[in-house]
Design a binder for this molecule. Structure first.
Ligand SMILES: [Zn+2]
Length: 398
């Protein structure tokens, strides 16, 4: 293949990803879910795809059993939540179809359940993934293993635009995706890990990112759970046992309940004058040492924006979230332009810039990338409310 053909192919793919990315915004009026009313539970593998195989059990049977148990708990205890399964029996379902089921159902949360496997029998513990660029070869290997399911699909060359799940190069493209639901996915993932640790006594390998095909087209917060290692003797016993599956399902259910509670309890952000004044002081005199202002449910950043007051949207780059409040004068923020934060769904979200155009915000994102904040993404505000990029673009056109 000539160099030019390669470049053309790369560009085609970038454009395609861009279309997929922007398309994700069209289907929803707001980026931030305010309710958790529909949950899709995705039992990994099935039919002629057994997934990872242990000494005496198969991943596809374990995932189905945990999925059904989790769904039953949700239906029983969260009456206003509709549960949608991507499969309820031992059948093969293509990865792209699983995402489509969730998108068409306009689900608020997508939970893909899997078991981990390793050539060595020693690794153990659970990890929960959100879509993104892997930080280690081990995380890449997990995604490669799960994505290999598409090799069992009839037309995977067409469905995944020639993506080769075995080639590490293909995974770099996932770094270009700006996952609008990353915060919420991370939030839910850490709740899953917490309940696994505390109630199932599974070793916590952490919340991680990698390019999973089953997640990348979903238009809602979505996670992939590796509940434990089927390749480890102790964990296979746990994963394949009725009591182990009950505990795991219970933990996932608790995470759903907590997450739903967090999303629905806190009222949507509103303009808060007191908090805005605090932030202005902070920005005017960074040597004052006062912590940044901001109270629960206030949007502090946009309150300082002139553009917002003049009826134009404001673009910022979100680069960090934290459960605890950080001082805007903290040394870790050194060199970051026009830093601000807003409080949303129990998290402090830190932003850089107050730009009038997406292009200017992208320049800030590039700077942040260089500083090591590789998961940063552009967000938009209008009159103190966070809006989608699509909505912001429409406002600019008017
Ligand atoms: Zn799997």
């Amino acid at each position: 293949m000539s160099k030019l053909t390669k470049i053309v192919m790369v560009f085609k793919r970038i454009i395609l990803i861009f279309i997929l990315f922007t398309g994700a915004f069209v289907s929803r009026p707001s980026l931030m879910a305010q309710k958790v009313q529909r949950v899709v539970i995705d039992a990994g593998h099935g039919g002629h795809d057994p997934g990872a195989v242990g000494k005496f059990s198969k991943e596809k049977d374990i995932t189905l059993s945990i999925a059904l148990k989790t769904g039953n708990l949700i239906k029983e205890h969260l009456k206003d939540v509709e549960v949608i399964y991507t499969r309820k029996t031992d059948v093969f379902v293509e990865l792209h179809r699983r995402a489509r089921i969730a998108n068409e159902a306009k689900a608020d949360l997508f939970i893909s359940i899997h078991c981990n496997a390793n050539k060595s029998t020693s690794p153990y513990g659970s990890e929960t993934y959100v879509m993104g660029l892997h930080r280690s070869d081990a995380n890449l290997a997990v995604a490669q293993l799960e994505n290999a399911s598409i090799l069992l699909e009839d037309d995977y060359h067409v469905q995944y635009e020639g993506f080769d799940p075995r080639s590490p190069e293909g995974y770099i493209f996932f770094s270009m995706l700006q996952n609008a639901f990353l915060d919420q996915g991370l939030d839910f993932a850490s709740r899953v890990q917490g309940h696994f640790r505390n109630h199932v006594k599974l070793y916590d390998r952490g919340v991680k990112q990698a390019g999973f095909l089953v997640l990348y087209k979903t238009t809602m917060p979505s996670v992939l759970i590796e509940a434990g290692f089927i390749s480890n003797a102790n964990e296979e016993k746990l994963l394949a046992s009725e009591s182990g599956q009950n505990k795991i399902a219970q933990a996932i259910f608790r995470a759903v309940k907590d997450y739903k509670h967090a999303v629905e309890k806190i009222p949507p952000p509103r303009y808060d004058e007191t908090a805005a004044a605090d932030v202005s002081d902070e920005q005017a005199d960074t040597s004052s040492g006062n912590p940044g202002g901001g109270t629960a449910s206030s949007v502090t950043g946009p309150a300082t924006d002139q553009a917002s007051a003049t009826g134009l949207p404001v673009f910022k780059v979100q680069f960090m979230i934290s459960k605890t409040e950080k001082r805007l004068t903290s040394p870790e923020f050194k060199g970051i332009k026009e830093i601000g934060f807003y409080f949303h769904q129990g998290m402090y979200k830190y932003t850089s810039g107050n730009e009038n155009s997406m292009e200017d915000a992208m320049k800030i994102k590039k700077d942040l990338d260089k500083k090591g904040y590789r998961d940063s993404f552009v967000i938009a505000f209008f009159n103190g409310e966070r809006i989608s990029i699509d909505e912001a673009r429409k406002l600019l056109k008017n």
